[in-house]
Design a protein around this ligand. Structure first.
Ligand code: KIV
Length: 271
């Protein structure tokens, strides 16, 4: 029997068992109670309260402006909805890069004030001390390498990362260091599929890809992108499962029409 079918609650241990048995892990982002209820009932394995909330919930151009308080608000809403999934929360920009004590304080706030199960940090050797300090407090950490949107102003573009051998070698080395430090899983974003496969084969922890091809242990997408709520963002790796923008817009237009014509509410819809 598959691991994901038998578990009542997804834990970091369940995820490593899934990797061992070659079962793919399904992860999506989630930012609010109502959506998280749907994702959890559909038996998603991991809900990532991503700092992509900065884009899709708050309308900022980058992930940089979202605050720790904002993330705590989103994460607590998600946790209230979840019975089965593992909930991972992004540490937002500026809350862990300064020093490891600040990183630990940020991670502790997330764990205490939201009830989430783990945190995610972007970066490799430059944040290793923060990762180690958070882990030493018993807080599970998910890593994130490749395209790291919090560093957008350093790179200036969202193009595929680690195409050249120097950057690929750094990524391999960072992945190894993060695993050795004790992270429970690693996100690889927008890197060549071959490199992602190589890194995945070399690690014992699960690797979750976004724009990183098939040879990883699981996939993650931003919920609003895969549901077709966002329209302007169309990278090659994105599969849209719905066109919710059109559906919602159609429903709202029908409502406006019915209100204006006096068709809504009908006699049956009043007291
Ligand atoms: O914030 C986010 O949505 C993410 C995913 C793209 C992995 O970090």
């Amino acid at each position: 029997m598959s691991v994901h079918k038998t578990v009542k609650r997804v834990t970091t241990h369940v995820l490593s068992e899934m990797k061992l048995k070659g079962e793919k892990i399904a992860m999506l982002t989630g930012y609010d109670y109502s959506m998280a209820r749907i994702l959890d009932s559909a038996e998603i394995d991991i809900i990532l309260v991503g700092d992509s909330a900065s884009n899709v919930m708050a309308g900022y151009e980058t992930t940089l402006p979202i605050t720790l308080d904002n993330m705590i608000y989103h994460a607590a809403s998600v946790v209230r909805a979840v019975r089965r999934a593992l909930v991972v929360v992004d540490l937002p920009f500026g809350t862990y890069q300064g020093n490891s004590m600040e990183a630990l304080a940020s991670a502790i706030r997330i764990m205490k004030e939201t009830g989430a199960h783990a945190v995610k940090l972007e970066g490799g050797s430059e944040i290793l001390e923060s990762v180690e300090r958070i882990l030493s407090a018993g807080i599970p950490v998910m890593g994130h390498l490749g395209l790291t949107p919090q560093s957008i102003h350093k790179f200036g573009t969202y193009v595929v990362r680690a195409r050249d051998e120097e950057e690929a070698a750094r990524l391999r080395s960072d992945a190894g260091k993060l695993e050795k430090a004790g992270i429970f899983a690693l996100v690889l974003e927008k890197i060549p599929a071959r490199l992602a496969g190589e890194v995945t084969a070399g690690l014992n922890i699960p690797v979750i890809g976004i724009g990183a091809g098939q040879a990883v242990d699981g996939q993650v997408l931003v919920l609003h992108d895969m549901l077709g709520i966002t329209q302007e963002f169309s990278p090659r790796f994105l599969r849209r499962y719905h066109n919710l923008y059109a559906e919602i817009s159609g429903a709202v237009s029908s409502y406006i029409r019915d209100v204006r014509s006096g068709d809504f509410p009908s006699e049956k819809e009043q007291y």
